[in-house]
Design a binder for this molecule. Sequence first.
Ligand code: SF4
Ligand code: SF4
Length: 192
Amino acid sequence: MLGIEEKIIMLRYNLRKEPIDYALLFDMAREYSVSVRFGFTVPSLDFKNEHYSFADMAAYKHQIIDFVRLARLNSVKAHFSRPLPRCLFTEKEWGYLISFGGAKSKCLLGCSGNYTSRAVVNPDLSVYVCYAALSKAPALFNFKDINALGRYFKDKVDILREKPLKGECYSCRYYKELSCQGGCLVYKYDSA
Ligand code: SF4
Ligand code: SF4
């Protein structure tokens, strides 16, 4: 498609539990010289959706590794989009995913101290800062400035970030050294 090369930054793909053929996806990525951002679907806070539970992630972790391997074989760069619970993987698997699949165990939201860098303003001027719609701020004019908006999200996000995903986290070294937050924060929202 004429002109599309200048418009596309990357392709986005949600893994599916049923096996599918990735040929078209990799063909497109190669044709337009773009990478593929991919991930598990996470629960929506607004409606019931198909998603991967923690148990599903453990059962389907091979999908991530297979996807990265296939992407490499097809000369396509693949990045896992969301953080993953570190304990799902062996040391060897984790090392492979960090090197070739962009794996991370912490959400980028607020990591550098900036909680509004990914802000999306809705038509009614309410604000989201995360794709999982973790928390919606009221209309923009309720905040004195962007720092006040950042503080609004910081308070909500930090509570979830520090909350353990499960009981085992308390005795886990990754939790103690703050290097794993247990995957996407939306998994911890219910009991926050
Ligand atoms: S902190 Fe929790 S989720 Fe992360 S690796 Fe440890 S036990 Fe797993
Ligand atoms: S909470 Fe989940 S969806 Fe939201 S920014 Fe973090 S990883 Fe992404």
